[in-house]
Design a protein around this ligand. Sequence first.
Ligand SMILES: [Cu+2]
Length: 149
Amino acid sequence: MYRRRFLREVGAVGSAAATIGLAGCARVGGEPDHGDGDEPDHDVGMLATAYRPREITVSVGETVVWENTSARSHTVTAYENAIPDEAEYFASGGYDGEVAAREAWAGEFGGRLETGDRYSHTFAVPGRYEYVCLPHENGGMIGTVVVEE
Ligand SMILES: [Cu+2]
């Protein structure tokens, strides 16, 4: 659903090109103009202890992009028992289950998204998905993705 996912990385390449003498055709520090104006570069942002929006609805096959828009570290960690039975598990850090994700966080802050970091997941199975930010679970930092047919 998001079309400019790698804009930051593209911009970085432009800057690198400028430093090796291609300034004439590179955009130094700028962003390529894709003609879509003020479209945000993520679908779900993160506040200090909340996802924004808390719930998002997409269609099957669409990719949701999260971005840490706050100054704190967060995770995106699916509740294994609160996603459709046939659905692929998802968690920042790429863990294949909730136990692994929780152990990684507890051990070495695995799966953390620092300021500006992004995580994305493509939803192939319709249904309701609940997920949580591990360090802010007690603060109620929980989100929902509703995937429609
Ligand atoms: Cu959090």
